[in-house]
Design a protein around this ligand. Structure first.
Ligand SMILES: [Zn+2]
Length: 382
């Protein structure tokens, strides 16, 4: 047997000595959040480094009753939840149960091995995050509270305490930087290639929001579940995507959104209030439509960057330049880009290059949430 196993008992010593890793520059770190685990707030503090939340792996494993096994070369095998994976050294990524390697980085902080919280997503847990509510939470089937109930119950506990004696003046939080947050959105899914799309998003460690169609959710239920499980944004795009049906009347439009929401709920247990109408809300989604649908609590989202990926398909250069031209224009007015793309095979080709460029240009990627002021063509703020 080539792999030499160490006993769990020696793990902490192993972690201190077995890994040669550079500590992360303190400046690259964002605010810490208290990690929620199911219906409790744990003592674990998650630190944000370059848009990813990291937690001390040992503490998380203790809380969730995972088994950690130190292997040769500093690899760590984690078994827990509904699966297992092997964490490789430093920036080596992780090998999943099916043999697939996914990107993942670890580092040492105060002698503790810090691993991305998304490790838990690969073990079957779901992760919720809402920066404005200080919510970062890992759940399995045993959680009873909804995220809203959770943040309501623990509001005071979750709120970060003001630092006692700050050594350096506080800097404004990175993610809030006006004009430098991208909201990636994918319409018309899920599709046969959603899995590949999610692999790319995961590889670049970026967030995105999916405006999904009821019919497609029914056709690709596993993809919907994966989108939800991995913490991407859930949103609705109606059922039929047929202009004459969706815009037949305000009641028809509401019926499609409610129908799609029921499908989403059936598949994931979650529902959403985020909607985007087929072909965008102008000109057909007039006031009588909006009054009917938005009075039910829905928030209307269009976009301010159209990738034209539906039109240029495999012509990646055209899509790439089209997006960057619009993004650069928005930068001048410090407006955050809301980019319209489609969950389709052709888009997979341009996506890695585009994400690489946007990251290089200093953009961070966030989810659209119900608490944001919606971006739509009617400037309807409901
Ligand atoms: Zn569409």
């Amino acid at each position: 047997m080539r792999i030499k196993k160490f006993m769990l008992l020696f793990m902490s010593l192993f972690l201190l000595t077995g890994l040669v890793q550079s500590p992360v520059n303190a400046e690259a770190k964002g605010a810490a959040l208290k990690l929620g685990i199911n219906d409790k707030v744990s003592a674990i503090e998650a630190v944000s480094v370059k848009d990813t939340y990291y937690v001390p792996l040992r503490s998380l494993a203790d809380e969730l009753k995972w088994t950690l096994t130190g292997l040769a070369d500093g690899k760590i095998h984690i078994a827990g939840g509904t699966g297992s994976l092997t964490l490789l050294n430093k920036d080596g990524g992780a090998v999943l149960k099916d043999g697939q390697t996914v990107p993942m980085s670890t580092f040492l902080q105060d002698g503790k091995l810090m691993a991305p919280l998304k490790v838990s997503a690969y073990l079957g847990y779901s992760i919720s995050y809402a920066g404005d509510k200080y919510l970062l939470r890992v759940k399995d089937g045993s959680a009873k509270l909804s995220d809203a109930e959770f943040t309501g119950k623990y509001a005071a506990e979750l709120k970060p305490k003001a630092p006692v004696a700050p050594a350096t003046p506080a800097k404004p939080a990175e993610p809030g930087k006006p004009g430098r947050t991208v909201y990636l959105t994918f319409d018309d899914g899920p599709s046969a290639t959603t899995g590949e799309l999610l692999d790319i998003l995961s590889k670049y460690d970026v967030q995105a929001t999916f405006f999904m169609l009821g019919n497609n959710m029914n056709q690709h239920p596993a993809q919907v579940k994966r989108i939800a499980k991995e913490g991407y944004g859930l949103a609705l795009h109606g059922v039929t995507h047929r202009k004459e049906k969706f815009y037949a009347s305000p009641a028809a439009a509401l019926g499609e959104m409610s129908g799609a929401n029921a499908t989403l709920k059936k598949l994931t247990g979650a529902s959403t209030t985020l909607i985007r109408t087929p072909y965008g809300s102008k000109p057909y989604f007039t006031k009588s439509f909006r009054d009917k649908v938005l009075s039910q609590g829905y928030h209307l989202w269009d976009w301010n960057v159209d990738s034209y990926d539906w039109k240029y398909k495999e012509n990646s250069d055209r899509i790439y330049n089209t997006v960057l031209d619009q993004v650069n224009k928005l930068k001048a007015s410090k407006t955050n880009p809301v980019i319209l793309m489609h969950d389709q095979k052709a888009t997979l080709k341009v996506l890695p290059r585009l994400l690489e460029k946007l990251k290089k240009d200093g953009y961070t990627f966030e989810l659209i949430t119900k608490d944001m002021e919606p971006v739509n063509f009617w400037k309807d703020k409901r």
